[in-house]
Write a protein that binds this ligand. Structure first.
Ligand SMILES: [Zn+2]
Length: 361
C-alpha cells in the first residue's frame, strides 16, 4: 500500500509518499519521485507517528457524571475529595472495566502510549496493569504511595511495580516526601512526575527541587516560572480541556515562545472523553482567546514528537523504514498537514496500516 500526500513528523510537515508492506514502512519518498507505484493500492492522506496521551487518570473513568460545582482542588483532593470518595466506593471489577473501556477507546483513535497517574498505592498499579492486559497501547503507570510520612517498604513496592511515581503536587507534600520519592525513582531508573501550579501558583523551587522528569499543568505559572522550568530541562504536559472546565488556561503560546518541551494529555477520565484529537483541537482553538495564539505545528509536536522523546523512543517520531512504532494514516487533504491534523482529526479518518503489528513496547 502507498499513501500519497504529506508527512508530519519529527522533521516537520512536507509533501511525500510512504510505502507500507505488512503494516511496516518500507520506503519514504518525495512526490514526483519514481516510487514504482501503479499496481499498488494508493490512498491520499497524511502520515503521522502514532500519538501519545501524556497525562491521564484512568481510574477516574468510573464516573461520567457532570462534576459537582466545587473547585477542582477540592474535587480531586486526596484523601476525601469527590474523586477519592468515588474511587473508594467503586468495586475493583468496576474500576478495571472502566479503565479498560477507556484504553480501548484510545486504541480506536490510534493512540500508542499513555502516561497515567495512578492513585490507590500498590493495589492501584496492579488494577491498571490488569485493565491494560492485552490492550494494544503502552501504559506508563506512575503510581502513588499512600502512607505519610512515607513508608519505605510501600514506596519501594510502588516504584518496583510501576514505571515511576506521579504525585498530587509539591504543595500537598513535605520536602522530605518529595526527596524520598525522587530518590527512590532515580535509583530504580524510573520516572518522578508531579502536578504543579494548577489551581494556585507554586514557586518553581518547590517543584523543581528535586528535579522531576515531568510536570503537569503549570496553568498558574508566570513567564519567569516557565523560564525556570525550561532551564531545568523539564518537559511539561498541558491539559487545556481539564483546566478550562475549572476556568483556567495554560499559556501554551508562552511555552512555545520560550522553547519548552510541551506534551498534551486529557487528564481526569471522569471529566473528559479521553480523546487526544479533541484535546488537540481545543488546545489550538482556545489559545485564540489569548492575544498570542499557539502554532498548529507546535501542538502537533506535543502529541506526535515530544512524548516519544520523553519516552526514550525518538525514532518512533520519525516516519522512516525501521521506525519502532508503526505510524498512522489520517485521511485528510494533505495541504498544511499540521493544521489539518490538529483541527480536524477524528476516529473515522484514521487508518492503521496494520493493527496486528502495532507493538509500541
Ligand atoms: Zn492530573
Amino acid at each position: 500500500m502507498i499513501v500519497e500526500g504529506s508527512i508530519l513528523d519529527r522533521d516537520g510537515p512536507r509533501p511525500g509518499f510512504v510505502r507500507f508492506r505488512a503494516g511496516r514502512v518500507i520506503e519514504v519518498g518525495s512526490i514526483g519521485a519514481d516510487g514504482g507505484r501503479g499496481r499498488e493500492r494508493t490512498l491520499r492522506g497524511i502520515v503521522v507517528p502514532s500519538p501519545v496521551n501524556s497525562h491521564t487518570h484512568l481510574g477516574d473513568a468510573v464516573s461520567v457524571r457532570e462534576p459537582p460545582p466545587e473547585p477542582v482542588s477540592r474535587l480531586v483532593q486526596p484523601p476525601r475529595g469527590y474523586k477519592f470518595r468515588l474511587l473508594a466506593e467503586t468495586s475493583r471489577a468496576e474500576k478495571v472495566r472502566a479503565a479498560r473501556a477507556t484504553l480501548l477507546r484510545m486504541v480506536r483513535e490510534g493512540v500508542a502510549a499513555v502516561a497515567d497517574f495512578r492513585e490507590e498505592g500498590l493495589e492501584g498499579i496492579r488494577l491498571l496493569r490488569t485493565a491494560a492486559a492485552g490492550v494494544r497501547v503502552r501504559v506508563l503507570v506512575l503510581g502513588r504511595p499512600t502512607a505519610r510520612p512515607i513508608d519505605p517498604d510501600e514506596l519501594r513496592a510502588v516504584v518496583r511495580a510501576g514505571d515511576g511515581v506521579g504525585l498530587s503536587s509539591a504543595r500537598d507534600e513535605s520536602p522530605e516526601t518529595l526527596e524520598a520519592v525522587a530518590r527512590a525513582c532515580r535509583r530504580a531508573g524510573k520516572r518522578y512526575a508531579l502536578h504543579a501550579s494548577e489551581a494556585v501558583r507554586e514557586a518553581p523551587e518547590r517543584f523543581l527541587r528535586p528535579r522531576p522528569d515531568l510536570l503537569v499543568h503549570l496553568t498558574k505559572a508566570t513567564a519567569a516560572d516557565l523560564v525556570a522550568v525550561r532551564d531545568a530541562n523539564v518537559p511539561v504536559t498541558v491539559c487545556p480541556r481539564s483546566n478550562a472546565l475549572f476556568g483556567r488556561q495554560p499559556d501554551i503560546a508562552a511555552m512555545e515562545r520560550l522553547g519548552l518541551s510541551v506534551l498534551l494529555g486529557t487528564d481526569n477520565a471522569m471529566f473528559h472523553a479521553p480523546s487526544i484529537w479533541r484535546e488537540l483541537e481545543f488546545a489550538y482553538v482556545s489559545t485564540r482567546l489569548r492575544r498570542r495564539p499557539v502554532s498548529a505545528e507546535f501542538l502537533a509536536r506535543a502529541v506526535l514528537v515530544e512524548p516519544w522523546r520523553w519516552l526514550g523512543k525518538p525514532e518512533a517520531a520519525r516516519v522512516a523504514p525501521g521506525m519502532p512504532v508503526p505510524p498512522l494514516v489520517v485521511r485528510l487533504p494533505p495541504d498544511d498537514p499540521a493544521y489539518q491534523v490538529v483541527t480536524r482529526t477524528s476516529e473515522p479518518l484514521i487508518v492503521r496500516p496494520s493493527p496486528a503489528s502495532a507493538d509500541p513496547r
